[in-house]
Structures are given as C-alpha cells and as structure tokens.
Design a protein around this ligand. Structure first.
Ligand SMILES: [Zn+2]
Length: 131
C-alpha cells in the first residue's frame, strides 16, 4: 500500500543520505519526461521493476540498474530501489522472495514520487526548459 505521508517522510530521509541525495534529474531527463509523458514513464518503471527487481533470484543483483539512460534509473538510485539489498535496507522488503504486486506498486509509487519532487524542484517544469 502506498501512503503519501510515509513516502514524504521516506523521501526526506533519503535526501539526507549523502549518496542517495546526490542524484538529481538533468535537463535531458526532464525533456525525456516531457516528451513521453508521466504515464509512460510510470509504465517503464513497472516494466523495469517487474523484470529487474521482482524475481526471487536475480543473478546480477546490485548491478542491474544503470546510472544513466532513463529518469527511472536515476530515481531508483535516489530512492534505494535499485537492487534487492537496497530495497531491504531502505524499505524493509525482504530478499529471497518474489515481490508481491502490492510491493511492486509501492516501489513504483516511491520512484514516481521522487520524479514528481524533482519536477517540482525544477519549478514544476517537466521539460519546458530552453533548449
Ligand atoms: Zn542497490
């Protein structure tokens, strides 16, 4: 289940982590979001999480999330949803089990909340920046 207040608190804690707080979306990410639209970005997030995080056994766990190439990847590093170890550390979701659909929904909710926060920090501007 996604509780807005809890996610707010969580994002605050994450932004205070030196490593997690160092991730931010760049101009090209905002342009990409603007171009695709947030619903499409959320679709991509579901796709990545279902493929790379949901399975019980992930052979390259810890290395499955690139550091660039998609706003969702950046958000995953910023929110501790990049691999199952981080998911356990930050979100207390145990390893060695497949994620439930509620957990997948929660993870995507956190990822999208962070992206929305970045858009707000960018002046509510999801891509309308001078090229
Ligand atoms: Zn990780």
């Amino acid at each position: 289940m996604v509780y807005v207040m809890e996610i707010e608190e969580l994002l605050k804690r994450l932004s205070k982590s030196k490593f997690r707080g160092s991730f931010h979306l760049k101009a090209k990410d905002f342009l990409y979001i603007k171009d695709k639209g947030l619903p499409k970005i959320e679709e991509h997030a579901y796709d990545f999480i279902n493929k790379r995080l949901k399975p019980k056994v992930i052979l390259n766990d810890g290395k499955q999330t690139p550091y660039r190439g998609h706003p969702v990847f950046i958000s995953q590093h910023a929110t501790g949803t990049c691999c199952r170890s981080c998911l356990y550390k930050w979100h207390k979701i145990p390893k060695d089990k497949e994620l439930t659909s509620d957990e997948v929904k929660y993870v995507v909710g956190v990822i999208m909340a962070w992206i929305n926060k970045e858009i707000k920090l960018n002046g509510g501007n999801n891509g309308n920046i001078s090229k």
